[in-house]
Design a protein around this ligand. Structure first.
Ligand code: AHM
Ligand code: MG
Length: 337
């Protein structure tokens, strides 16, 4: 049987969507090609001179790594000329990037975290790219980057596609066009993403949790209670022993949950109260929440469904609790009490 490449998959009829519009198909293929280029750059490591600091800060005041900057440029350059996009926004850029006048404009908006898990770049641990696709509203003002921000402020439920690439021992592309979750593996010799898993389903229950325990003293009471109950194990109120994993690359932690279930938490904590949380809504929480729900899991802030949040600003941060349905429901329920 012929290999089901990404292009072939995108051309097929989809369960709920029928045919994917040609421009969306093209957009996803271009993003995938950019991820391939990022994967190649990462693979060169020290030989390609891509490790270490870039010597600059991003809008969030975080020191940029060379690979943060390079990955952002790769995604911008790949996507700006094809006529499928109206604008792009990224973790690494203060304002949206408008499609230059010399290129045709399209109907979609793309947001991305070009290189997620930056603290893991220099230590050779899995990192990734996260992206989200929205329709550009018909009446959007794209006259300036400042004005264009408004067009992006749509809830996660409006996403038409979302995905991530994880650059681990294998490079994978995990994608949803609102019709379940599929996984492609990069065939490095062929230079193609090939479908290796369909209909990804996250088990409803789990014995594995992911949280940065060093923040424990800053968490709110519901998360304190939940983690204490898990750590109490078999003899505690949850009646089972749990295991803990924390890669500190959201893509890798989410991918583990996609593969065998689990719960991931970057909850609200007292030192991040003012900024709203750690992870960014538009290009981290929303695309991951979309994928997790498409795989039968849940994603909340502890208080509400992430996909229902009406964004107020491009770089908005939110608390994130996602993964196996019953565990996310449990800790979300603790917030109600
Ligand atoms: P980044 O996009 O700058 O890499 O930051 C986001 C990352 C997530 O991938 C990960 O879940 C989290 O930050 C790890 O945070 P911490 O270092 O506090 O454990
Ligand atoms: Mg990130």
């Amino acid at each position: 049987m012929a290999q089901r490449t990404l292009a072939r998959y995108l051309t097929e009829e989809h369960r709920n969507k029928g045919r994917i519009p040609a421009n969306l198909k093209f957009l996803i293929e271009v993003v995938a090609r950019a991820c391939q280029a990022i994967s190649i750059a990462i693979g060169k490591g020290g030989l390609g001179g891509v490790l270490g600091e870039a010597g600059s800060d991003n809008i969030q005041g975080e020191a940029q790594k060379k690979l943060d900057v390079l990955s952002n440029e790769i995604l911008l350059e790949a996507n700006e000329w094809g006529g499928h996009l109206a604008a792009m926004a990224s973790e690494e850029m203060d304002l949206p990037h408008l499609v230059p006048h010399r290129f045709p404009k399209g109907e979609y908006l793309l947001t991305f975290d070009p290189l997620d898990g930056s603290s893991n770049i220099d230590v050779n641990v899995s990192i990734g790219t996260i992206f989200s696709v929205l329709k550009c509203p018909d009446n959007a003002d794209l006259s300036t980057p400042e004005a264009a921000e408004q067009a992006f402020l749509q809830p996660g439920t409006a996403q038409v596609a979302a995905g991530y690439a994880v650059y681990g021992p294998t490079t994978l592309l995990v994608l949803s066009v609102g019709d379940g979750v599929v996984v492609f593996t990069l065939d490095r010799e062929q230079g193609q993403f090939v479908l290796t898993q369909e209909n990804v389903q996250i088990p409803a229950d789990t014995k594995e949790f992911a949280i940065n325990m060093s923040n424990q003293r800053f968490w709110e009471a519901p998360v304190q209670r939940y983690v204490a109950e898990m750590v109490a194990g078999k003899g505690g109120p949850l009646g089972k022993d749990y295991n803990m994993r924390w890669v500190a690359s959201m893509v890798a932690d989410v991918h583990r949950i996609m593969t065998r279930g689990g719960i991931f938490m970057y909850p609200m904590d007292s030192k991040m109260q003012a900024q709203g949380g750690k992870l960014r809504l538009m290009y981290e929480a929303n695309p991951m929440a979309f994928l997790i729900e498409q795989a039968g899991g849940r994603a909340t802030t502890g208080r509400r469904r992430i996909l229902d949040i009406a964004p107020e600003k491009l770089h908005q941060r939110v608390p994130v609790i996602l993964g196996s349905r019953n565990e996310v429901d449990r800790v979300t329920g603790y917030h109600d009490n």
